[in-house]
Ligand binder design. Structure first.
Ligand code: ADP
Ligand code: MG
Length: 240
C-alpha cells in the first residue's frame, strides 16, 4: 500500500531524510518514534506530497506520488492526514466540517454527505455534538472530529502526526481509542506518536528514527524488550 525506496530530502544544506526505505502492506500499522528533530514529521509529510523529495521514490496504492503528471488532489483523497493541531474550520459546525470535503471536493449530494458525516461522527462518539462549533469542544473532541473529517473521503491509508501531543493528558485516551478501532478494522496506518502503550498494543512494527535515518525497525515486543540501537535504548528510557 505504501512503498518508500531510498527517499532523501534536504532543507538547503541540511539532509533531513537519508535513504528511507519503508513499506507497508494493506492493513498494516506502523508507529514511528524518535527524538524531536529526527525527521518523523518530514517523513510522514512526504507520503502525502506535502514536501518535495530530492532522491528516491514513493508509491501509494500503486501510484508514484512524485510523478509529475500525478494529480495531487486526487492523491490526497486517498490519504487521510491527522495533524497535531486539528485545523478544523472554526466558523463551521462539526457536521459542516466533516461534510465539507464530501460536498465541495467529492461533489456528493448534500443528503449523502450528511448521512456519511453523521455516521462517522457517531463512530468517533460525537453524534451529540454535530451542531456545535469547534471552539466549544475539548481538544480531544476536536481531534476526533478531525479524524472523522479525514475518514470522510474513505481513504485506504491514514497518516497521523503526533495526534495526541497537543492534548491534555485526560483526553489522550479517547483519541487513541478511535485510532485503535481503526487499526482493528484493518486500516493501513502510519502513526508518529510517543504513546508507547499504543505502539505496543496496536503496531505491527515500530520504526525508530534518529538524525534523518531509520535506525531500527522491529515488532513491538522486540523493540520494547530488547532495542538494538543505543539511541533507541536511550530514547525508551527517556519516554518511560
Ligand atoms: P520531528 O518531526 O522528528 O521532530 P521534523 O521532520 O519536523 O522532525 O524535522 C526534521 C529536521 O528538519 C529538523 O532539523 C528541522 O529543524 C528541519 N526542518 C523541518 N521543517 C523544515 C523547514 N520547513 N525548513 C527547514 N528545516 C526544516
Ligand atoms: Mg514532528
Amino acid at each position: 500500500m505504501i512503498k518508500m525506496k531510498k527517499v532523501s530530502k534536504w532543507f538547503g544544506q541540511h539532509q533531513v531524510l537519508n535513504d528511507i526505505d519503508l513499506s507497508l502492506s494493506k492493513g498494516e500499522v506502523v508507529v514511528i518514534c524518535g527524538p524531536s528533530g529526527s525527521g518523523k514529521s518530514t517523513l510522514i509529510r512526504t507520503i502525502n506530497r506535502l514536501e518535495s523529495i530530492q532522491g528516491g521514490r514513493i508509491e501509494v496504492d500503486g501510484d508514484d506520488i512524485y510523478a509529475s503528471h500525478l494529480n495531487v488532489n486526487s492523491l490526497r483523497q486517498k490519504i487521510g492526514f491527522v495533524f497535531q493541531q486539528f485545523n478544523l474550520f472554526p466558523h463551521m459546525t462539526v457536521l459542516d466540517n466533516v461534510m465539507f470535503g464530501l460536498v465541495n471536493i467529492q461533489k456528493r449530494s448534500k443528503k449523502e454527505s450528511m448521512e456519511r458525516a453523521r455516521s462517522l461522527l457517531d463512530r468517533v462518539g460525537l453524534l451529540e455534538k454535530i451542531n456545535a462549533y469547534p471552539g466549544a469542544l475539548s481538544g480531544g473532541q476536536q481531534q476526533r472530529v478531525a479524524i472523522a473529517r479525514a475518514l470522510a473521503q474513505q481513504p485506504p491509508v491514514m497518516l497521523f502526526d503526533e495526534p495526541t501531543s497537543a492534548l491534555d493528558p485526560e483526553m489522550v485516551g479517547e483519541v487513541l481509542q478511535v485510532m485503535k478501532g481503526l487499526a482493528k478494522e484493518g486500516m493501513t496506518m502510519v502513526c508518529v506518536t510517543h504513546e508507547m502503550g499504543f505502539a505496543r498494543e496496536v503496531a505491527d512494527r515500530v520504526v525508530f528514527m534518529d538524525a534523518g535515518q531509520i535506525q531500527e525497525i522491529a515488532d513491538p515486543e522486540t523493540f520494547f524488550t530488547s532495542p538494538q540501537h543505543p539511541r533507541a535504548q536511550r530514547f525508551l528510557s527517556d519516554v518511560h
